[in-house]
Design a protein around this ligand. Structure first.
Ligand code: NDP
Ligand code: CA
Length: 318
């Protein structure tokens, strides 16, 4: 009696070269220790959070879409699940734990949670991987990011992909904004370093995935949208006017009430990439009255999946 998977379709948003599409997934998978021990999802039955079963729903979600690049937050089963399973499917990866993960405060935890980045090793070669502990007002914070420079093995094009998980909760808007600015600063430095190595004269294209824990009205969102790195948010292409973020990326019920927010984003260099397609979100009816997580979906955050292509595709000889 397997629970039915939420049915989601890709929405075509452009007509770039589909043969060289780079599929990227952004997903806060919900740390096992936090889901069972801290989150208090009052409408979610405890046995829907059982790791022995939930791990298959997480893998199903990833393998249904088979992304070339997978950016995850709240990973607290990297060494015993994500890394070995995804390595056997051809993914190379990197894990950056949070310095003081709240998972460690939960009884029988499986270690700290953190960000993890996976890429299809057949398609991409890793040029460089950087683990960042984000700073705010000169001080080290509890939030991290991974920045990886990759080169496409067929087209030889290089680009950077980053994954982050910014500080949660209301009241921390100024900290989130400072963390975002620190990430932008680091992206500039990493991009420059790769540029020098690659001896290119253009900016290295970027893809930045994250649970920013910030609505589009927050400073950190505005700072990303207006930075001199030329970033745009891929999921705006899902809206009819092309300018609006989706109505929710996370939807849960806590003792304090229902919490339905847009917090997760996939940023990309709009000068370098086209967004060919994005995976639509399930409707409120599909999600159901008890919201997320549930027997049908293993996290309180929905996955974001986008297909990118380079704007001027390099012709590959046959
Ligand atoms: P954050 O505020 O960023 O939140 C950590 C996690 O809690 C996130 O994954 C977040 O999920 C989730 N979360 C958000 N809102 C709620 C909520 N209302 N109820 C339950 N969970 C929620 O935490 P920090 O990284 O700043 O770490 C703070 C925690 O770390 C402390 O509470 C403490 O437990 C621990 N800590 C321990 C230290 C030590 O000495 N051992 C030192 C410092 C911190 P999402 O992003 O999906 O919203
Ligand atoms: Ca969470």
């Amino acid at each position: 009696n397997r629970p039915a998977q939420l049915q989601r379709a890709f929405v075509q948003t452009g007509h770039g070269d589909s043969r060289q599409t780079i599929r990227v997934m952004q997903w806060n998978v919900l740390a096992q220790a936090l889901g069972e021990g801290m989150d208090n999802f009052v409408q979610c039955p405890m046995d829907a959070l059982n790791w022995a079963e939930r791990k298959y729903l997480i893998l199903q979600e990833i393998l249904t879409y088979r992304p070339d690049i997978i950016c995850l937050q709240e990973v607290d089963h990297y060494f015993d699940m994500f890394q070995p399973v995804l390595a056997s499917l051809g993914y190379q990866s990197s894990f950056c734990p949070k310095p003081w993960s709240p998972c460690l405060d939960v009884e029988n935890n499986n270690g700290p949670d953190g960000c993890a980045l996976f890429f299809n090793h057949k398609r991409f070669q890793s040029l460089n991987t950087t683990h960042l502990r984000l700073s705010a007002m000169m001080l080290k914070t509890n939030q991290v990011a991974i920045v990886a420079a990759l080169r496409c093995r067929t087209t030889e094009r290089a680009f950077c992909v980053a994954v982050t998980h910014l500080k949660a909760r209301s009241g921390w808007e100024v900290l989130r904004s400072a963390q975002g600015s620190d990430l932008l600063r680091n992206l500039r430095t990493v991009a420059q370093r790769i540029e020098t190595k690659e001896k290119t004269d253009t900016d290295i294209p970027l893809i930045v995935c994250g649970d920013f824990n910030a609505e589009p009205s927050e400073d950190v969102y505005r700072n990303f949208a207006t930075s001199n790195l030329g970033l745009d948010s891929a999921y705006k292409h899902l809206s009819t006017d092309g300018k609006t973020e989706p109505p929710y990326t996370t939807w849960k019920i806590r003792p304090s009430g229902e919490s339905c927010h847009t917090l997760d984003y996939v940023w990309y260099s709009h000068r370098a990439f086209d967004v060919n397609a994005v995976l639509d979100f399930p409707t409120a009816e599909q999600i159901g009255p008890n919201r997320l997580p549930s027997y049908n979906y293993p996290s309180d955050h929905l996955s974001l999946v986008c297909d990118f292509s380079f704007k001027d595709p390099v012709l590959v000889s046959q």
